[in-house]
Design a protein around this ligand. Structure first.
Ligand code: FA5
Length: 345
């Protein structure tokens, strides 16, 4: 700006200073636009100075001041442009910030929602058992968990007051006829239902939940699972039972395992046996009961014992799962702790 210092010069310098401060004080592009149009508009300080130039009598001075006015406008415009640039960068950054999608968050939540659950060990064991038996030619059947005394006991050769009923600590369901409805204590009642419903020959397995009035410990639960097996055909012998159990043991547990049958007693099979498996380390563990289907049971199922014979077995699935996965305590399998289940894929 020229060195001469008339009041117009001073006003102009003041207007440029004030204008620059106002421009830099604008905090949004919107506010900046208002400030700039006030400064450069007809009523702005610069225009006021410009219109007062007519009063300057010295032509050279007027020319110089005219040029200074233009320079002032240009410099204010430059300051405004630079401020505008700054503000736009800031505003763009805040738009970006507010629209920001945190892809790590998305990835985390996707992982959380896609986190896959695992099947319970007993479900895994049941499915595997089903696969093994289907491979051996068996079909799957199911029966009700709330059973009548007839299916749970009587048809299984345990008439009322039969002492063998005490082998199972029974939970009764309230009913019109007290004692006539129970939570099934084993899957054996499904044998009767299958014999009644399916024409022989029958090769069936019947997995399901069973209930007993028992205190939980490492090998006992009040609610647990069994898998029943029933084979009815002509000329079935104990050797067929032993062979089936051995094939099953190797298929389910692996080639290192073998099975043995020990004489035992169940009212619904005759002869009866207890089924143990031998671990590769030589130790034995009891898994269930089995035997040749008692003639009374065949009759209760509507079959003629003179024509049909068969075998049945019932294993504890929970104990099998426990054995297969090296779980120490059955109660751990029901702790509802996903960290436990996650160990077994
Ligand atoms: C029975 O329940 C017979 N119905 C089995 C049977 C079927 C024999 C067909 C002959 C022919 P038992 O009460 O022993 O038998 O139970 C069979 C298996 O269930 C046991 O060997 C054990 O593996 C499992 N089991 C029994 N009680 C429990 C329990 N409280 N918790 C977990 N598993 C159990």
């Amino acid at each position: 700006m020229a060195s001469s210092s008339t009041p117009e010069h001073q006003q102009l310098a003041q207007a440029v200073n004030d204008g620059a401060s106002a421009i830099n004080a604008a905090s949004t592009t919107e506010e900046l636009r208002t400030v700039v149009s006030a400064l450069t508009g007809k009523k702005g300080a610069i225009s006021t100075i410009k219109s007062s130039l007519g009063k300057v009598s010295d032509v050279e001075m007027r020319k110089e001041l005219g040029q200074l006015v233009n320079e002032a406008l240009t410099s204010l415009q430059a300051i405004a442009d630079s401020r505008s640039q700054q503000l736009r960068v800031g505003e763009f950054a805040s738009v970006i910030e507010s629209d920001r999608v945190d892809i790590t968050e998305v990835a985390m939540s996707a992982r959380a929602t896609q986190r896959r659950g695992r099947l319970h060990l007993v479900t895994q064991a049941t499915e595997r058992l089903e696969d093994v038996f289907i491979g051996l030619g068996f079909q799957i059947a199911e029966g009700p968990e709330v059973e009548t005394d007839f299916y749970n006991f009587e048809a299984l050769n345990m008439p009322p007051s039969h002492p063998a009923r005490s082998m199972w600590d029974t939970l009764f369901v309230e009913s019109d006829e007290p004692g006539s409805v129970v939570l099934r204590t084993h899957t054996s009642p499904v044998q009767i239902r299958v014999m009644q419903d399916w024409p022989p020959p029958i090769y069936a397995i019947m997995p399901g939940r069973v209930f007993r009035k028992e205190t939980p410990d490492a090998t006992h639960m009040p609610v647990f699972h069994q898998i029943e097996g029933l084979v009815i055909d002509r000329g079935i012998t104990f050797a067929d039972l032993a062979g089936t159990i051995e094939s099953f043991t190797k298929a389910f547990f692996g080639e290192g395992f073998t099975s043995r049958l020990r004489p035992s007693y169940f009212p619904f099979t005759e002869p009866s046996a207890e089924f143990d498996i031998r671990r590769p380390d030589g130790s034995w563990i009891e898994l269930g009961g089995c035997g040749m289907v008692h003639p009374h049971v065949l009759r209760a199922g509507g079959l003629d014992p003179a024509e049909w014979s068969g075998f049945a077995f019932g294993f504890g699935i929970d104990r099998m799962a426990k054995e297969r996965h090296g779980v120490n305590d059955l109660r751990d399998m029901y702790s509802d702790d996903v960290r436990f289940t996650e160990q077994f894929s």
